[in-house]
Design a protein around this ligand. Structure first.
Ligand SMILES: NC(=O)c1ccc[n+]([C@@H]2O[C@H](COP(=O)([O-])OP(=O)(O)OC[C@H]3O[C@@H](n4cnc5c(N)ncnc54)[C@H](OP(=O)(O)O)[C@@H]3O)[C@@H](O)[C@H]2O)c1
Length: 303
């Protein structure tokens, strides 16, 4: 496993484990503990959460495992996110959210961090991400929330998710603490963030982007559209050329070959699948192979 320096005294594993689908994995607490141990044994030490995952249930389920095995906490880096409020979320004892919305008030940010810490039974988040940009965000207030959370020792580092370059620059201009990552969607089937300046800005900032749905949520294997079929055929050709075991390794190798130092988040609850991106770290694609994938997905040659 490779490890990536994200900030002073903070490294992430090059492959991160995402917990969005935890409730679908159907694991008991003991099975989850075993899965966490297996992942850490193969070097995956960074865990990606959000307050809303599993309709606000995931962090609590994860916390049940950590409360039973508190020794695991210091062997991992824990990321969480806040900002999205689901419709019907009990915002107060007497009021449920009437629509889905974003809340980046200091009160909401600090309140959600408190809940994440409480549910997971931990004292500090290694990183807090703002889940999605909001046209209504008050950057000065976000800066104040970050300062207080840092001073209180509740969050070590901060970042964003799904921010476009102008949104990233705007927020950054108000902060007293660096934004250490932008977690965005990227896979061979969803290349938009390579084309809209998001990945370029991360490189300019010398920070590592984190990638969600690096296998397009499994669509790379199951999709029956023309682009998915062309992609699988091309991944298979390259798989044979580089001697990889399966096409998932080639899809991850396509991401790892990019110069931005991309950090994919695997969404699998099976150790066999979670280990696949680690194997892919052994491969780097040539420019020709990289563009074979690009061309297969786009359905046309480069200009
Ligand atoms: N910041 C954001 O806005 C945002 C949004 C979405 C997700 N995320 C984060 O990103 C993480 C990953 O997203 P994701 O779950 O969509 O990722 P993904 O890895 O692209 O998709 C996961 C799905 O693909 C399957 N899969 C995973 N590895 C496989 C492999 N090697 N071969 C075959 N199938 C494989 C899984 O199957 P099994 O179910 O059988 O394991 C699962 O159904 C989430 O858990 C979350 O932490 C962040």
């Amino acid at each position: 496993m490779e490890y990536v320096k994200m900030a002073d005294d903070l490294e992430y594993s090059r492959v991160v484990l995402g917990f969005w689908r935890l409730m679908d994995w159907g694991l008991s607490t003991d099975e989850l503990i075993k899965y966490l141990e297996e992942c850490m044994d193969i070097g995956i030490t960074t865990m990606d959460h959000a307050d809303i995952y599993g309709n606000y249930m995931v962090e609590e389920r994860f916390g049940e495992a950590l409360k039973k095995r508190p020794d695991l906490r210091n062997k991992m880096q824990i990321i969480s996110k806040c900002g999205i409020v689901y419709k019907d979320y009990p915002v107060t004892e007497t009021h449920k959210a009437r629509v889905k919305y974003y809340d980046y008030s200091k009160k909401h940010i600090k309140g959600q961090v408190e809940k994440s810490l409480q549910y997971m039974g931990i004292d500090t988040l290694d990183t807090l991400l703002l889940h999605r940009p909001s046209p209504f965000m008050d950057c000065g207030e976000i800066a104040a929330a970050f300062d207080e959370l840092k001073a209180e020792g509740k969050v070590r580092t901060f970042g964003v998710s799904n921010f476009l370059p102008d949104e990233f620059r705007l927020l950054k201009s108000y902060l007293n603490t660096p934004l250490i990552t932008n977690q965005v969607e990227l896979s061979p089937l969803r290349m938009g963030n390579m084309e809209n300046g998001v990945i370029n800005l991360c490189m300019e900032e010398r920070i590592h982007p984190m990638l969600w749905s690096p296998l397009a949520g499994g669509r790379i294997f199951t999709g029956d559209g023309e682009e998915e079929v062309r992609l699988r055929e091309t991944l298979e050709i390259i798989r044979e050329e580089i001697g990889a075991e399966d096409i998932d390794e080639v899809a991850f190798a396509w991401l790892f070959s990019h110069p931005a130092g991309l950090i994919p988040i695997t969404g699998s609850g099976e150790i066999g699948l979670a280990s696949r991106p680690i194997k892919a770290l052994d491969y780097r694609l040539t420019p020709e192979q990289w563009y074979m994938v690009w061309t297969a997905v786009k359905g046309h040659k480069v200009p």
